[in-house]
Design a protein around this ligand. Structure first.
Ligand code: SF4
Ligand code: SF4
Length: 375
């Protein structure tokens, strides 16, 4: 049993050698030292049928309770891995993936050291998040804590899917929010809108994301330390597309995947900055193109206000940015992220954090490495 009471198994895949800009042996050693990690295995093609059998056997042999996979994008094989762990006797949602291929090895091919540090941090984040995961019946849907809900109805007004009804309590006076799991699309807008903290997601819960944010800011501690919240359908998909196109980017950022930009809670931004992140960015789909229709519009309204409030919390406004990028805009994704990193470097380290050295060897040689790759 690990220190926090769960048994985590880590599976790393080098995708037949296509992830070889990352030193996966170093990543594996790093994972072995993380609390609660009981077992680490490396594969060539984790998604192949024979490897699936082997993975299932390992889950049973080590009596694993959480699975963390470092491989391709969770947008591709998450459901496949959920099927494997379910057939091994686990709840199908107790798996998290770190994207070591599209959004690490493939966009940082010319900087193996930077890619490896990023891979280690993304694994640390995924493992931290997995500790907070709880078995789920429906997956990514909203759920209500009846003790905290006061029946105000804010969640109902923001739910575009019309999945929420406000009902009379059966056991007491008063009203209560009720989510229809068959209609809920999992955008999470109701969660970040609930004034009582009564709404949460079964997957992508506040606890999970905050654990990931904490891990993102405790990882490799050089400057700059940048956290990006990327919407699964738009910004994150554009990051995958950047990898597929092998667009080369500065590796000094860590990505937290969310289901919609409107799911991003202002508390997450403040948490990251208070933890010492030098910059925080949200990337959602262009307003009007949002997968959930009005998610980006809500994000724009809420985050404009947050931007103004940040100064009152003592943060430089330039440390926070919101960008609108659609799934097919890989070049824009790379430009926006690289430009933000440059701006944060100009601002210097977050004064909330201890003084740190700039990550050695990256800034000075970055342009040369990129130029070499393009030759
Ligand atoms: S917004 Fe929160 S407190 Fe208000 S009804 Fe919905 S879940 Fe309950
Ligand atoms: S997660 Fe989105 S779709 Fe589901 S109940 Fe909340 S606002 Fe509605």
């Amino acid at each position: 049993m690990g220190e926090n009471g769960c048994r985590i198994g880590v599976f790393l895949c080098n995708c037949g050698g296509t992830i070889d800009s990352i030193d996966l042996l170093e990543v594996a050693d790093h994972c072995r030292k993380i609390d609660d990690v009981i077992h680490v295995e490396m594969y060539d093609f984790l998604c192949s049928p024979s490897m699936s059998e082997s993975m299932g056997q390992t889950i049973r042999d080590y009596d694993l309770e959480r699975i963390v996979i470092g491989a391709c994008s969770p947008r591709i094989y998450m459901d496949h891995f959920r099927d494997i762990i379910e057939s091994s006797g686990m709840n199908r949602y107790m798996v998290e993936m770190a994207n070591l291929r599209e959004q690490c090895a493939w966009i940082h091919t010319c900087d193996g050291k930077g890619a490896t540090e990023k891979a280690k941090d993304q694994m640390l984040m995924a493992i931290a998040r997995s500790r907070r995961m709880t078995p789920s019946i429906h997956g990514t849907i909203a759920s209500v804590d009846a003790e905290l809900c006061d029946g105000c109805g804010v969640c109902k007004t923001v739910c575009e899917a019309d999945a929420i009804s406000i009902v009379s309590r059966k056991d007491a006076e008063g009203l209560l929010s009720n989510v229809d799991p068959k209609i809920c699309e999992g955008c999470g807008v109701c969660v970040s809108s609930c004034p009582s903290g009564a709404m949460d997601m079964e997957l992508f819960s506040n606890d999970e994301i905050l654990a990931e944010v904490d891990a993102a800011t405790e990882g490799s501690n050089g400057f700059p330390h940048i956290v990006i919240f990327a919407c699964h359908w738009c910004g994150y998909a554009a990051g995958d597309m950047a990898g597929i196109k092998r667009i080369q980017m500065d590796p000094r950022f860590r990505v937290v995947r969310t289901l919609c930009s409107a799911r991003v809670d202002p508390e997450w931004i403040l948490r990251a900055l208070s933890n010492g992140a030098d910059g925080v960015m949200i990337i959602g789909g262009k307003p009007g193109h949002c997968h959930f229709e009005v998610g980006s519009l809500r994000t724009r309204k809420r985050m404009t206000l947050l931007g103004k409030l940040l100064a009152q919390f003592g943060f430089d406004r330039g440390r926070f940015s919101v960008a609108w990028i659609d799934a097919d805009q890989a070049e824009e994704y790379a430009n926006v992220v690289d430009s933000f990193i440059e701006e944060v470097v100009k601002l210097g380290p977050n004064p909330m954090n201890e003084p740190r050295e700039e990550v050695s060897g990256l800034t000075g040689t970055w342009a040369e490495k990129l130029a070499r790759l393009k030759e």
